[in-house]
Write a protein that binds this ligand. Structure first.
Ligand SMILES: *[C@@H]1O[C@H](CO)[C@@H](O)[C@H](O)[C@H]1NC(C)=O
Ligand SMILES: *[C@@H]1O[C@H](CO)[C@@H](O)[C@H](O)[C@H]1NC(C)=O
Ligand SMILES: *[C@@H]1O[C@H](CO)[C@@H](O)[C@H](O)[C@H]1NC(C)=O
Ligand SMILES: *[C@@H]1O[C@H](CO)[C@@H](O)[C@H](O)[C@H]1NC(C)=O
Ligand SMILES: *[C@@H]1O[C@H](CO)[C@@H](O)[C@H](O)[C@H]1NC(C)=O
Length: 373
């Protein structure tokens, strides 16, 4: 990550393949446009190799994809380094996996230089992670272009303390309906949060001086023990409280909600609010979670994407002032037009495609993984 160009606020990518004409997102975009090379398989190998070492990358990649898509569309703007980029906004809490995307980018760059967007790599990696963690397969759509604008001031993600109505409104602004929201929050079937985000529910729910009455009392007593008030260490808390399923992408999260064992306030509210309780119940008791979750991920992956040779939306090249530096962006050129930077937002890796491939083969070999021929 060291060599990452500090591109914060600079406009839009022009593609080097603008002579080709693509439409919207599609399944298998790179198969068609990259000489039938298996770009998705290359990404999968990188993700698989890491998954067998560290399964917490599943939650990390889901979170990365979600954060990317919710701020300025799925354009990899979450990857951009800089003093006031999305990455440095407070809700970046526990966003990880940047190095994995870099590694996958380096590998695909060797096969298909300058074509594969980092936004697509994030989407492919999230799908692979879901699959590896038992969540079933879905076809991922590709063909996104990367953006080069990333502003901390634009980060406005749904908070864990949101009410269901607030969350519905936040997802609605991104074109996602209530069912999509219940499904996407199902991503909490893996991953952790921290005691600090639970303090309110455990000790002083909405300033009542009492625990949240909607939390199972036994569960609350366990977590009061593991999350003492004013503790020096901010312990982790599994979002899915079924100990057999903390790392598995399955419907167990909804089952836990049905028995008042949701961890974040918004999780538990899903099972109680009349706008969402029926969906939670049907997901908890039915067998459609995997298929529906995949569909919701595809829908999320299409939020405000830029594809093909589509012109950047006018609002996005409107000159603005960077809040921190006071600089205008995009910087005007001599003739007064905003400058458009050409390039990809994550082709800054300090290692080359060759070393990344070598490293990957070593890892897969070590694991004796069937993906290696
Ligand atoms: C394996 O995962 C751990 C984190 O759990 C990480 O520190 C380590 O670097 C990983 N090893 C490899 C070879 O990637
Ligand atoms: C970030 O801030 C530091 C100190 O204010 C400055 O030296 C550096 O150039 C800034 N980096 C970017 C990318 O703006
Ligand atoms: C998240 O933002 C904080 C500042 O708010 C920054 O120190 C930290 O490095 C950021 N995390 C990542 C992963 O970039
Ligand atoms: C959802 O909540 C409403 C209002 O509390 C209730 O009438 C309804 O029966 C609930 N539905 C399910 C499926 O639990
Ligand atoms: C990305 O790589 C291309 C060549 O592969 C280069 O022309 C471009 O400047 C790079 N972009 C960034 C943002 O580093």
């Amino acid at each position: 990550m060291k060599g990452r160009a500090a591109l914060t606020v600079l406009g839009f990518i022009l593609l080097s393949f603008t002579s080709l004409c693509y439409g919207d997102l599609q399944v298998g975009f790179y198969k068609k446009n990259c000489g039938f090379k298996e770009v998705e398989l290359m990404v999968r190998k990188v993700i698989t190799a890491q998954f067998y070492n560290d399964s917490t990358i599943v939650a990390a990649l889901l979170r990365l994809h979600f954060h990317d898509c919710f701020v300025r569309g799925c354009d990899a703007s979450i990857l951009l380094d800089g003093n006031s980029t999305e990455k440095n906004a407070p809700p970046n809490f526990s966003v990880r996996g940047f190095d994995l995307i870099d590694q996958a980018k380096a590998v695909v760059e060797g096969a298909c230089p300058g074509l594969v967007s980092c936004a697509d790599i994030i989407a492919i990696a999230a799908r692979d992670a879901v699959y590896l963690a038992g969540g079933g397969w879905y076809n991922v759509e590709t063909g996104r272009r990367d953006g080069l604008v990333s502003l901390a001031s634009e980060v406005d993600l749904p908070a864990p303390s949101f009410s269901v109505s607030q969350a519905i409104a936040a997802f609605g602004r991104k074109g996602l309906d209530t069912t999509d929201m219940v499904l996407l929050l199902g991503g909490h079937t893996v991953g952790v949060t921290h005691c600090s985000l639970l303090q309110d529910r455990l000790y002083n729910f909405q300033n009542t001086g009492k625990p949240d009455p909607t939390m199972d009392t036994f569960l609350a007593s366990i977590w009061r023990f593991k999350c003492p008030q004013n503790a020096a260490k901010d312990n982790t808390v599994n979002l899915d409280q079924n100990p057999k399923s903390t790392d598995v992408v399955d419907k167990s999260y909804y089952k836990q909600l049905m028995i008042n064992r949701g961890i974040l306030q918004i999780d538990q509210e899903l099972a109680l609010d009349p706008q969402t309780n029926a969906t939670v119940m049907s997901l908890a008791t039915g067998c459609k979670f995997s298929a529906q979750f995949g569909q919701a991920m595809v829908k999320m992956g299409a939020i405000e994407v830029l594809t093909g040779t589509q012109d950047p939306k006018p609002k996005e090249v409107e000159p603005k002032v960077d809040l921190e530096s006071g600089q205008a962006w995009p910087p005007p050129t001599a003739n007064g037009e905003p400058e458009i930077k050409i390039g990809w937002s994550c082709n800054h890796s300090s290692f080359t495609a060759t070393t990344a491939l070598k490293d990957l083969k070593l890892k897969l070999h070590h694991l004796g993984h069937p993906l290696i021929k």
